[in-house]
Design a protein around this ligand. Structure first.
Ligand SMILES: [Ca+2]
Ligand SMILES: [Ca+2]
Length: 422
């Protein structure tokens, strides 16, 4: 079944030319964080078989991106590849076609977007934001931080967590929108429109720091009613916090998500901002043991013919011949690392289970040098060339590998084709 996917892969060296096929008229092209991985502005089904086969996106980074910005873009690219059954490589960069995915403040500047409009100007070092910007008639996906660490945190939030509220098995941003609408409707004030404005994250945190929802009310009076109801909820939660952690099978209190420290509701009426209310979560998630993920043996038959198989960068945990995990960490360093973005996208395309982080900066590797990663630790450079398979070392032992691997969120999927033929 992997062949289905592989045969759909199209490598195009030349610049992508649009026009041969265009999105269907009923394609939703509205770009929104809650539906960013649905069929729409970025993910398209160009032959109308209900399977995503086209990634309508281009990366915009600064003129001279840092290795960390490349790493951030590559993490996002891996998720793009993961969400589609076919992909044109290389992924277009700034001058190409497609929805812009802007990485880092240098990318924001290059795209001529306003940091203030995007709420990027107040970000501190280590803080990152995923949001949607507007440029003329285009919508732009923006992933940026107060510094490179913040940008990378935001990229990993998008690549490894969204559209879920952190926990890959927990509620989604769409659920949050529904919950906010229901809460306000119960309070007698029905929103006229809603959207996820942005998702704020801090490096090394274990939850979304702040999830901001824009709510448009029909009138200023309705906005006051909404503010009153939300403030009452927030005050109750602040004065009598629930100290009990929330287990998976418990339903959470109203507008409380263990994967988001705060839900901020921005209230508007007649396009005028009328204030916001921060609703803190009732309790953090319960500590739970991380599920072990099987490690891999040493890859003795790795060569360039086997990189995209279970003998290479990929792994097959359930032995059904379909690669369902990655057994590789990409560490971009040196000159010409831009192609890391395409390499990550290709790896994402080839697997049915993806772990983020897939790409690590040299600094991150240095900080964890004593900690075993996956079975294979290959240092890669670009153009699908193995520059040096330095430090291909045997795994320390299976238990340590489980521990290391279990720290990472694993996004699983059952693609339409696979589920049909299963
Ligand atoms: Ca299709
Ligand atoms: Ca498998």
């Amino acid at each position: 079944m992997r062949k289905i996917k592989t045969s759909a892969l199209v490598l195009i060296a030349a610049t992508l030319v649009l026009g041969a096929s265009t999105p269907q008229e009923d394609d939703v092209v509205f770009l929104s964080l809650d539906t960013v991985f649905d069929r729409g502005a970025i993910f398209q089904d160009r032959n109308s078989d209900e399977v995503i086969d086209f990634v309508n996106a281009r990366f915009v980074l600064g003129n001279v991106p840092t290795p960390t910005e490349i790493t951030a873009a590559a993490e996002v690219a891996a998720r793009l590849g993961f969400e589609t059954m076919a992909l044109d490589l290389p992924l277009p960069r700034s001058a190409g076609e497609g929805t812009m995915i802007v990485i880092g403040r240098a990318g924001v500047s290059r795209a001529r977007l306003s940091e203030a409009d995007l709420r990027l100007d107040t970000l501190l070092p280590g803080e990152g934001l995923v949001t949607v910007g507007h440029l003329a008639n285009d919508q732009v996906l923006v992933i940026a931080g107060g510094d490179d660490r913040g940008t990378l945190a935001a990229a990993r939030l998008l690549a490894g967590r969204l559209p879920h509220v952190w926990d890959p098995k927990g509620p989604t941003l769409t659920d949050v929108l529904t919950n906010v609408r229901d809460f306000l409707s119960d309070a007698g004030v029905v929103p006229a429109g809603m959207a996820v404005e942005n998702v704020h994250v801090k490096a090394e945190d274990n939850a979304i720091d702040r999830l901001t929802i824009t709510v448009h009310m029909s009138s200023a009076a309705d906005s006051v009613g909404a503010e009153t109801a939300l403030n009452r909820l927030a005050d109750e939660r602040i004065t009598s916090p629930n100290q009990e952690a929330v287990d998976d099978d418990e339903s959470e209190p109203k507008l409380s998500y263990s994967g988001a420290r705060v839900v901020r509701i921005n209230l508007f009426a007649d396009s005028e901002a009328l204030g916001f209310v921060d609703v803190p979560r009732a309790a953090p998630p319960a500590d739970k043991p991380l599920a072990p993920r099987p490690g891999s043996g040493v890859k003795r038959s790795l060569d360039l013919s086997s990189v995209y198989s279970s003998d290479g960068f990929l792994g097959d945990a359930n032995s059904d011949l379909i690669p369902d995990r990655t057994d590789v960490v990409i560490v971009p360093s040196g000159a010409g690392i831009d192609g890391t973005i395409d390499l990550a996208a290709r790896i994402g395309l080839e697997v049915t289970g993806l772990s983020i982080p897939l790409v690590r900066t040299v600094d991150e590797i240095d900080a964890q040098i004593d900690r075993p990663f996956y079975g294979l630790y290959a240092r890669l450079l670009i153009g699908l060339t193995v520059d040096e398979t330095a430090e291909c070392r045997p795994q320390a032992n299976a238990r340590d590998l489980h521990t290391a691997a279990a720290d990472f969120p694993v996004v699983h999927r059952i693609p339409a084709l696979l589920s049909q033929s299963a």
